[in-house]
Write a protein that binds this ligand. Structure first.
Ligand code: RUQ
Ligand code: CUA
Length: 636
């Protein structure tokens, strides 16, 4: 007994020390001591030091993870309906999706102030349909989907916000005729064009609107990053296929020694549009660089580049040539000097080309298949190597040498460093976003999960801490300090002025005009008011449910049997859903989100009578029900 309790004490002590060490790492990202297990351990009840936002790829949404625990916290529906919460089902989100039920989301972009993540919004692109979504980080909800942006054929280089979130960008991955029209694919080089678009972001509301478009040569515009510090005001875009091939790209688009990256002066472009120098094409103001000078330049990059990444100081632009074993680092000062001296080599469809030697600062021999680079707070860059399945750590600045390499499993695409796209990366972690997971997880059949790996950057050598699977298919991701976000936990009822809102049982009613029926209702533990609703077959019914709860985590659902209609209504929120009364008979509805001990009792009936059955213009709950609901509300 005595021995047992001593042993017990020792176990508790060890566990406590371990937890303390882990807690310290998690909350401060400070010491790098301890085992890998301790470094990712976040004690039950404690929270992670970072939020990580991983794009959902062709799942069309965003996954939210906590770092360093690598716990999946939630998924934010963005471009794809999410029936569980009713995203794409309620009227507002349905309208926002604009008829699309799919998106391919690649690059999350956190809003920035002075070049640091400010925790206000998160932008993400839908590549194929050239759309950009804005998620409000106050409630983690998609608030706007902008696009399809006219004339853009697949926005891959998108959105990559500027340091004060003045703009997000989109550039054509494929080229098409602009305006799109009846042409032959064989006339690609003559008739096709790429487009770079600057999308303005309202500094107060985050609302996006089109600022300008620039007609570019029909290359495949690939990735982008914003200038900062000395390069503030410029946006960079890589391209491949400067060969202008329209078929067998894997061969024909790899012929040239050099492709390009474009440097776009977005202030000059906006000024030109404001001065009326654009031509309207499909409702977009398009600038032609052959006529409007000083808005875009091309700089040669070896071998089909992919990522372009600006270092935290804003002095260097780092391009990864996929088919080359080097990162080409350009000096922005040199680029600017060449532009100012008009030292051009030639031009491509009106866009002046600079000389490679005039702009290059260094070549870093990172290894095979470099794709993307991230940075830490100690002057290092980290480049993902797709072919080598490694990350290379290298010195940003002389002697530009590779300092360390770590194996990843397998075939890394993007990588995400903590606050990695800002002027002040924290240097704590990098997450490898691997394209293949092969044998790393329990086999679930031919579709393997995607693989992500947390790597510690705090020691002299990179250290692999943890593997975690993700669902299809994170491309890029961003990681922000948790302390920067302060999401609300309920929608303040007092501020709810949504159409259809009611706040008192006395206002609950069913209104009929012709065959349109509007239900103004309340949900609260554990009752729908009204819970018996009389309609006729053929009625178009709009349910406006307001959740009167003001307690954390008390959401109610509204699901109608034998239908696809379901949604979730969060505390203080009003949502509207449309349902056609398709069949005479009794149709139950219920709360689909577990909310209380009497959740199972939270239900109601739709009485659907034959067409033409006389119905009151207004149905109201009786006085007794109103009194009961009021008593319920008062007791809360
Ligand atoms: S991409 S693996 Cu869609 Cu950003 Cu580089
Ligand atoms: Cu309300 Cu379950």
């Amino acid at each position: 007994m005595k021995r047992g309790s001593k042993l017990g004490f020792a176990v508790v002590l060890v566990a406590t020390l371990g937890a303390l060490a882990a807690g310290c790492v998690a909350s401060q990202g400070g010491g790098a001591a301890g085992s890998a297990a301790q470094k990712v351990y976040v004690k039950p009840g404690e929270k992670d030091a970072y939020y990580a936002f991983l794009s959902g790829g062709h799942h069309g949404n965003i996954y939210v993870y906590g770092m360093p625990s690598c716990r999946h916290i939630t998924t934010i529906p963005v471009f794809t309906p999410e029936p569980a919460v009713g995203y794409g089902n309620d009227e507002e989100s349905k309208a926002m999706l604009g008829g699309f039920t799919w998106g391919d989301a690649h690059h999350p972009g956190l809003s920035e102030t002075d070049g640091d993540y400010d925790g206000r919004w998160l932008f993400i692109n839908d590549m194929p349909n050239a759309r950009i979504a804005r998620i409000d980080l106050k409630d983690f909800k998609t608030k706007q989907i902008f696009g399809p942006i006219p004339n853009i054929s697949a926005a891959h280089a998108c959105p990559f916000p500027t340091p004060n979130t003045e703009y997000v960008f989109a550039a054509s991955r494929f080229s098409v005729p602009v305006p799109n029209r009846d042409v032959k694919v064989e006339d690609y080089a003559k008739d096709f064009r790429g487009i770079v678009a600057g999308v303005k972001v309202d500094p107060k509301t985050g609302t996006m609107s089109l600022g300008f478009e620039i007609m570019m040569p029909p290359f495949d515009w690939d990735l982008s990053d914003a200038g900062k510090g000395p390069s503030l005001g410029w946006q960079f875009f890589t391209c491949y296929n400067s060969e202008m091939a329209y078929d067998s790209l894997e061969i024909k688009a790899s012929q040239n020694e050099m492709d390009y990256f474009a440097a776009v002066d977005w202030r000059a472009a906006q000024k030109a549009v404001d001065e009326g120098k654009a031509t309207m094409i499909n409702g977009a103001p398009v600038l032609d660089p052959a006529k409007v000078k000083g808005i875009a330049y091309l700089i040669p990059v070896p071998k089909s580049p992919h990522g372009v990444d600006v270092d935290p100081s804003g002095q260097y632009v780092c391009c990864s040539g996929k088919l080359q074993a080097e990162v080409s680092v350009y000096s922005f000062a040199k680029i600017k000097a060449a532009i100012d001296a008009a030292k051009f080599e030639g031009e491509k469809m009106g866009v002046p080309t600079l000389k490679f030697e005039d702009c290059l600062e260094a070549k870093v021999p990172v290894g095979l298949g470099p794709l993307h680079t991230q940075f830490d707070n100690k002057g290092n860059g980290y480049t993902s190597l797709f072919l080598d399945s490694q990350i290379a750590k290298w010195k940003v600045g002389p002697p530009w040498n590779v300092e360390d390499k770590i194996d990843v499993y397998y075939s890394i695409g993007h990588l995400m460093a903590s606050e990695g796209d800002t002027r002040h990366p924290t240097g704590d972690y990098v997450v490898a976003l691997d394209k293949l997971s092969k044998d790393r997880y329990l086999n679930v059949g031919p579709t393997h999960p995607e693989a992500a790996q947390l790597i510690d950057l705090r020691g002299p050598k990179m250290e692999l801490l943890y593997d975690f699977p993700t669902y299809l298919e994170p491309h890029y991701a961003q990681m922000i300090k948790a302390e920067k976000l302060h999401p609300i936990t309920v929608y303040p009822l007092a501020e709810n002025d949504k159409p259809g809102v009611i706040k008192r049982a006395e206002d609950a009613r069913v209104e009929r005009k012709g065959n349109r029926v509007d239900v103004y209702g309340l949900v609260v533990r554990t009752h729908f008011t009204p819970d018996v609703i009389k309609v006729n077959e053929g009625d178009e019914v709009y349910f406006h449910w307001t959740n009167l709860e003001q307690d954390d985590d008390i959401a109610h659902g509204f699901g109608i049997l034998w239908s696809s209609k379901n949604m979730q209504i969060e505390p203080g929120e009003t949502k509207t859903i449309h349902w056609t009364a398709d069949k005479t008979g009794i149709r139950p509805f219920y709360c689909s989100n577990f909310c209380s001990a009497l959740h199972q009792e939270m239900q109601g009936y739709l009485e659907v009578r034959p067409r033409g059955t006389p119905q009151a213009a207004v149905q109201r709950p009786d006085a007794k029900t109103i009194a009961e609901i009021n008593a319920l509300l008062a007791a809360r």
